[in-house]
Design a protein around this ligand. Structure first.
Ligand code: HEC
Ligand code: HEC
Length: 269
């Protein structure tokens, strides 16, 4: 009887070990496959592209020399890019979510020098202008008119400016008390390394161990608006628009912004 019980439990242990072995075998075979299909679109684009890109061409990587102009970008894009990439904004949700996951910096690296099948090498600024126009074209223009602009100014002014400053330069009233300091949305080096998706998540869920709050599901009582995903995407585009040049903007608000920005740069020089 004793022996039988022992044998039984031994069998059971063997069985469990067997199952674990088989499971881990299945996992090692299946895991890379699922990882590949998860990033299917991305990796196929990048693989195709990597075979064409000579990384040495990116040796001239530089940030823009001035706030990129979406207006110039549109001209450069229409003359050099539209014949392959299309002129109208993409409606395909897959393209939109792919673009949201790419940082401007990574995409700039993918269109280096002559290798991007362009007829002539574009200047660094022309490349940035056209790339940012392309992104704005796909991800949506925002704000498109002065009414939307002032609505967003009010939303940002009422909820974010206390830390980030009304012009998004990280110089709101509270900034001196905070560590790390609120992000300056005019800093190419910071914002261009982030994808829109990352910014969306940061605004939605906040940034741990910093003063940046989570906004998802909050309510703005002054404007009677919920921070739903649609509004948070608008905020992401708004935050990006701080670093665009005045023409993109919104009229006098933009011009004022640029003047302030120039003054600030002048002061720090
Ligand atoms: C002759 C065709 C052609 C022209 C002209 C062209 N592209 Fe491309 N572009 C491609 C191809 C092909 C790829 C590879 C990936 C793909 O299939 O989307 C690509 C990829 C890209 C990517 C990378 C997308 C990613 O994976 O993140 C960007 C950004 C881009 N192009 C921007 C531009 C801009 C900006 C211009 C104009 C200044 C331009 N392209 C001109 C054909 C072209
Ligand atoms: C109480 C202060 C505070 C308020 C209010 C605030 N933020 Fe922030 N925010 C911060 C701080 C601090 C950081 C930088 C955290 C870090 O360095 O990691 C930050 C970072 C960010 C980032 C990430 C930028 C990056 O470089 O990755 C975004 C986007 C952002 N804030 C947007 C907003 C928006 C939109 C609002 C209003 C709806 C807002 N913030 C309100 C303090 C604040």
């Amino acid at each position: 009887m004793d022996i039988k019980v022992n044998m039984k439990s031994k069998n059971r242990v063997n069985r469990i070990i067997e199952i674990i072995l088989v499971m881990s075998l299945i996992l090692t075979i299946v895991a890379p496959v699922t990882a590949a299909s998860r990033t299917g679109l991305e990796s196929s684009l990048i693989k195709e592209w990597d075979s064409k890109v000579d990384r040495a061409q990116c040796a001239d990587f530089l940030y823009p020399s001035h706030n990129p102009s979406i207006v110039t970008g549109e001209k450069v894009y229409k003359a050099n890019c539209a014949r392959c990439h299309g002129a109208s904004p993409a409606k395909d949700p897959e393209v939109i979510s792919y673009m949201r996951a790419q940082s401007p910096e990574k995409q700039f690296e993918r269109i280096c020098g002559h290798k991007h099948q362009m007829d002539k090498a574009l200047t660094i600024d022309e490349r940035w202008d056209s790339l940012l126009y392309m992104r704005t074209n796909i991800l949506g223009y925002y704000p498109t008119n002065s009414q939307e602009a002032s609505e967003m100014d009010a939303l940002f002014g009422g909820n974010c400016a206390i830390c980030h400053g009304t012009r998004g330069q990280g110089d709101g009233n509270l900034h001196k008390m905070l560590k790390p300091q609120p992000a300056n949305f005019n800093m190419f080096k910071r914002l261009y390394t982030r994808s829109d998706e990352k910014l969306f998540n940061e605004v939605s869920y906040g940034i741990p161990w910093t003063a940046m709050p989570a906004w998802k599901d909050r309510h703005d009582f002054d404007r009677q608006e919920d921070f739903n995903p649609e509004l948070i995407w608008k905020l992401v585009r708004y935050v990006r628009s701080f670093a665009y040049s005045q023409e993109m903007d919104r009229l006098d608000i933009g011009r004022q912004r640029l003047e302030d920005y120039k003054k600030k740069i002048g002061e720090s020089n």
